[in-house]
Write a protein that binds this ligand. Structure first.
Ligand SMILES: Nc1ncnc2c1ncn2[C@@H]1O[C@H](COP(=O)(O)OP(=O)(O)O)[C@@H](O)[C@H]1O
Ligand SMILES: [Mg+2]
Length: 338
């Protein structure tokens, strides 16, 4: 019996599926879970189950209790901002799985849009507004700090594979990475999504939906901002020397994020952002989750860029964008696929 068929049989046993001709099909894209679309008669829904070993080249194990954080994030954010996350349908804790609304017809994965050159400033603006609102509305909330006390999970899935691993692979920069890891892990200020990346965002007309928040953590909001912007910088490098307006997207994202946090700590976030963004850039080349779409010449561009600027980072995002787009990206020509 295939893995999918076994999964369907378990769902049936647990009373989650009723129709005799119910169907199950894997959804693509995930590295940390089994995820399926289930069709049960006229009903469609998605089931997601956390895996103990992630599907990446390096050995990378993670505690499956992260599915609990994911469901809690969906519940909390869904109540606070309806429609921004999928609606939950059921939870089967003993299977480490849950069911949720299927976002099908009309929804596109943002990463696919970006790779295809569909790079719209209004999407970036919407993402900045959503993230800013989540951070702002959860800012300095003691109850949430207790509910999302998942620093250990965040360490396993973000700090160790991205920051500490990359640091060991660049001994000259290691101290900077270690100090940043310590700083992040001791900053507990807002509800962090933890995987706020275009591949985990679906878009349909005016609705934008966040998925995949297994790394949800009450911590440093700068992480989500840097993690997301990192993806936009990487996509601009992927497209170089073509230019699909990614610089405008970056500025639009930051503008709307900062506006949503006008009464909060947007300035503090921006100050922390530059070094972290540079570290995450390098992490996507030499960390445990390397980017799959950059040829080696472009990977080297990142190493050179980060080694040059990390010891003394640009002061703000506009300066960093200027250096990246106006000065250094110009040297990149089309590279052969990796
Ligand atoms: N509720 C949903 N409706 C439609 N597609 C979904 C839904 N949840 C996930 N997907 C698709 O499945 C992919 C993997 O799901 P995700 O939750 O990101 O898993 P992983 O943690 O393994 O990355 C997503 O990128 C998205 O394309
Ligand atoms: Mg995902």
């Amino acid at each position: 019996m295939s893995q999918a068929a076994q999964f369907l049989a378990r769902l049936r046993r647990n009373g989650r599926v009723h129709h005799s001709h119910a169907r199950i099909a894997p959804l693509s894209g995930g590295v940390s879970s089994e995820i399926y679309l289930v069709e049960d008669g006229a009903e469609k829904f998605v089931v997601k189950r956390a895996l103990a070993k992630l599907k990446v080249k390096d050995d990378w194990f993670a505690d499956i209790s992260r599915t609990v954080s994911e469901q809690k994030y969906f519940e909390y954010v869904g109540r606070m901002m309806p429609g921004v996350v999928p609606q939950l349908r059921f939870s089967d804790p003993e299977e480490a799985c849950f069911g949720m609304e299927f976002l099908g017809d009309g929804f596109a994965n943002w990463k696919q849009l970006l790779l295809a050159g569909d790079c719209r400033a209004e999407h970036a603006e919407q993402a900045g507004a959503i993230l800013g609102e989540i951070h702002q509305r959860t800012y300095l909330d003691d109850a949430l700090r207790k509910q999302f006390d998942t620093t250990e999970n965040f360490h396993q899935l973000r700090v160790e594979p991205y920051l500490l691993t990359t640091g060991t692979r660049h001994p000259g920069l290691q101290q900077i990475f270690v100090a940043e890891a310590r700083r992040i892990e001791t900053t507990r200020e807002a509800l962090v999504h933890g995987d706020f990346s275009p591949k985990n965002i679906l878009i349909c007309d005016k609705r934008m939906v966040l998925l995949d928040c297994e790394v949800a953590w009450y911590g440093d909001p700068t992480f989500d901002v840097a993690f997301f912007l990192n993806h936009l910088f990487l996509k601009s490098l992927y497209h170089a020397p073509e230019n699909f307006g990614m610089e405008t997207m970056i500025a639009a994202f930051w503008r709307s994020y900062a506006q949503a946090r006008a009464n909060g700590d947007a300035r503090v976030v921006e100050r922390r952002l530059m070094p972290l963004l540079l570290m995450l850039l390098l992490a996507r080349v030499d960390g445990k989750s390397p980017v799959e779409y950059l040829p080696s010449m472009k990977q080297q561009f990142i190493r050179d860029f980060v080694c040059k600027h990390l010891p003394s980072p640009p002061e703000n995002l506009a300066d960093m964008s200027d250096i990246w787009f106006t000065q250094e990206l110009k040297s990149v020509s089309v590279g052969a696929p990796a």
